[in-house]
Design a protein around this ligand. Structure first.
Ligand code: FES
Ligand SMILES: [Fe+2]
Length: 400
């Protein structure tokens, strides 16, 4: 069956992100915006530019992104230590899919949270389960997803073996859980290869979760990625919260790879390190925060004792659900310090959100035509993101 998304403008995007015949015959807004993305990404290193306003406000373009680069991507859906015991589960919606994330006793699995009978969600919220029993007609499933029992199903054509819950690709990395909705996702290990090397000394799996918050930001998801990943705004937007530790002038571009970009926010000499963290860290690493984006939708700040991650779930061109988590290194920080860090990051996020929501209002202007970016240390990560968006778009189209 071919699914179509009818845009507000009346043009048609196929559910797999392809363009309909009509769209192929005349340059649609999508075609124009894809070409503009590709042109901006092709700008030489010494004259980088940002995306144009329509990349951030056009609802039809958002539907195209959702059907392509977003659905095909890997999404951070939580920390491994949120599900410590066999049977622990948490449910959520990732774009159009309801998912049960469950500790199966053999790793964390991402099961479709949809009964194979007539489609009732099997579980809600979070908890611990030995099995999932459908609240509609009581079909029951193992936590591995296999169907156990379907009462009164005597129809001869009924084959229980074809009624297991589908599983989504699911990978544990850095103590995070990543899920993709694609049947043929990219190789996450390859995508994050150089990042894995860089994070090795932090011992990222050792951080334990102490705080989660769910928020709705009225901004485009790409603005949030770009904002988190550039050090250019730090001293201006966060004069009281971050500037003292991570002033703009000490931002330095870090490594980038197939699926990520990064930068380091160094602390001034007169500021002491914020904690010790892993034994493998160098003194220089202890005197900085390292920030990375795992494309498309996760942004992270890691410092020796503290790991803050924002997982973005884009809902429309101007709305993104944000789940942010804070984890701390072992038992290093006491409760009072942890509370102070949560308050600090709550305020930092509020400061960013206020600016991004103001900017979203302006980006529909005809003058929002892609301004020049600052150099690599300040906005090189934004350029990396634009280049990644363009290359993923091209790859996805070439696969068709
Ligand atoms: S919908 Fe689940 S048993 Fe009927
Ligand atoms: Fe910020």
């Amino acid at each position: 069956m071919i699914l179509r998304i009818i845009s507000t403008a009346g043009s048609v995007i196929m559910a797999d992100g392809g363009l309909s015949e009509v769209e192929q015959q005349r340059p649609s807004r999508i075609t124009v915006l894809r070409k503009t993305l590709s042109d901006i990404a092709a700008n030489p290193l010494d004259c980088p530019r940002g995306l144009i306003g329509q990349h951030y406000v056009d609802e039809e373009y958002f539907a195209y992104e959702k059907a392509t680069v977003l659905q095909a991507g890997w999404h951070c859906v939580g920390r491994v230590d949120e599900l410590p015991e066999k049977g622990d589960y948490r449910t959520f919606k990732l774009f159009d899919e309801l998912i049960i994330l469950v500790n199966s006793g053999d790793g964390i699995k991402a099961l479709s949270n949809l009964c194979r009978h007539r489609g009732m969600p099997l579980a809600q919220g979070c908890g611990n389960a030995r099995m999932f029993v459908c609240p509609y007609h009581a079909w029951s499933y193992k936590i591995s997803g296999d169907l156990i029992r379907a009462p009164r199903m005597e129809n001869k054509s009924f084959n229980p073996e074809t009624c297991s819950l589908p599983k989504f690709p699911c990978v544990e990395k850095f103590g995070f859980v990543y899920v993709s909705l694609s049947d043929t996702p990219t190789n996450l290990v390859e995508d994050l290869k150089d990042l894995t090397e860089k994070l090795h000394s932090y011992n990222p799996s050792f951080y334990r979760l102490v705080h989660t918050a769910d928020e709705v930001w009225n901004t485009n998801w790409k603005c949030l990625v770009e904002n988190f990943m550039e050090g250019y705004h730090l001293s201006v937007v966060h004069p009281k919260t971050l500037h003292g530790y991570t002033p703009t002038e000490l931002s330095k571009k870090g490594p980038s790879g197939l699926g990520f970009t990064s930068y380091t926010a160094h602390y001034p000499d007169h500021i002491s390190s914020r904690g010790r963290g892993s034994d493998k860290l160098s003194e220089s690493e202890r005197h900085a925060s390292f920030l990375f984006a795992a494309f498309p939708c996760q942004v992270v700040s890691i410092a020796p004792p503290l790991l803050v991650s924002l997982s973005l779930l884009p809902r429309s061109s101007s709305r993104v659900d944000v789940r942010w988590t804070m984890s701390v290194y072992g038992e290093e920080l006491d409760a009072q310090t942890i509370d102070a860090r949560i308050a600090l990051w709550t305020e930092v996020n509020r400061e960013d959100r206020e600016k991004l929501e103001l900017m979203q209002e302006a980006l529909g202007s005809r003058y929002a035509n892609g301004g020049p970016l600052a150099g690599p240390d300040y906005e090189g990560t934004v350029r990396d993101f634009v280049v990644w968006l363009a290359s993923r778009d091209k790859e996805i189209q070439q696969k068709k």
